[in-house]
Design a protein around this ligand. Structure first.
Ligand code: ADP
Length: 330
């Protein structure tokens, strides 16, 4: 719904907020260049909502995003800024744009960032459109979020490398990956990487059963190594897993956490294309005078819903894929 009539000079700003995700730069690039092509002056807000409130706003030219499509992180920087939930701060942030004649804002981030964007849409004169950028892929309305595919491929690369060393030593490796509430990264990378076990927050775990099964793998199935993918949401089981599996198998059980490694790195082709598609669609919504919309993707198709709808519901867990993982790898 249009909030205010476009001024003669069309202006829009873009920011990234919350956790950085590979592919955000591809989205920023698309916003900047699609925006300029549609006749906008484009601005970048640095360091997310903190920078918005602190008036850290720069002009973005066509060349500002040269040579960035392949880079990880976010060239606009990002921040966690809990104070933004105070409506006075949101109003102050909006004022910093409006005083420059910028009445459109595109926000790239996860669900927290979407809440901030909704506040701006509800409480200020800004037209606001959001793009999902988070490695967790935990937003129910969209099939994928920017950064998820890259994070999964980083886990895959780790599995490949760890497999070499643990096979050489007949060992067991517990690889901890991100996913406090969502086992998406763990499950998909476990299936793609051939990890024997995957422990996710959505499913119950029987450590004794796993220990017995790992032993059976070595004794009866000719396994020379075993990899267990442990999502953060089940990380409290780490010590119990190490103790029981090493006792059952009489083998060394190593543990490592990929931690922040999963955030960085060159975005995959999928995340770059996703960034471009969602970025361009967000600009088109702005150009139609829309506000309070979130862009998403299903299959090849880009769509948009209200930000409120995008914040609704919990992403489903693919139990069938979990059963497949349980069956084909161990
Ligand atoms: P993500 O966007 O990756 O989920 P966060 O949850 O940390 O990351 O949210 C990013 C930022 O969005 C926060 O630091 C804060 O500035 C803003 N934010 C989060 N929740 C709200 C809220 N309820 N109202 C306004 N702003 C919010």
């Amino acid at each position: 719904m249009a909030k205010n009539v476009q001024e003669e000079v069309k202006r829009l700003a873009v920011l990234t907020s919350g956790g950085d995700a590979s592919g955000m730069n591809a989205a920023i690039r698309a916003v900047v260049r699609w925006g300029i092509t549609l006749g906008y002056e484009v601005y970048g807000v640095r360091r997310g909502y903190k920078g918005l409130v602190e008036d850290d706003i720069v002009r973005m030219e066509y060349k500002s995003v040269s040579n960035t499509v392949h880079t990880g992180g976010t060239l606009l920087r990002t921040s966690r800024y809990p104070e933004f939930s105070e409506v006075e701060n949101a109003k102050k942030g909006a004022e910093n744009l409006l005083k420059r004649g910028i009445n459109n804002l595109i926000v790239i981030g996860g669900d927290g960032s979407f809440r901030g964007a909704k506040l701006l849409h509800d409480e200020t004169q800004l037209n606001v459109v959001t793009i999902p950028g988070t490695i967790d892929n935990d937003m129910a309305y969209t099939e994928y979020t920017i950064g998820y595919d890259t994070a999964c491929n980083t886990v895959l690369d780790a599995i490949l490398k760890l497999r070499d060393t643990i096979t050489s030593h007949d060992r067991i490796m517990i690889l901890e990956v991100m996913g406090r509430e969502s086992g998406n990264i763990a499950l998909n990378s476990a299936v793609a990487g051939g990890a024997e076990y995957v422990l996710v927050p959505e499913m119950p775990v029987d450590v004794d059963k796993i220990a017995a099964s790992v032993k059976k793998g070595f004794d009866e199935k000719g396994k020379t190594s075993t990899i267990i993918i442990l999502a953060e949401g089940k990380a409290h089981l780490k010590d119990e897993l190490i103790e029981k599996i090493s006792k059952a198998t009489n083998r060394t059980v190593n543990h490592m956490s990929l931690s922040y490694m999963q955030r960085g790195g060159n975005p995959t082709m999928a995340d770059r294309v996703l960034g471009a598609k969602l970025g361009a669609h967000a600009v088109e919504l702005i150009d139609e005078g829309q506000s309070g919309r979130a862009v998403g993707i299903k299959g090849q198709n880009v769509f948009d819903v209200t930000i409120a709808a995008a914040l609704d519901g919990k992403k489903g867990f693919d139990e069938k894929l979990y059963r497949i993982a349980e069956t084909i790898s161990k």
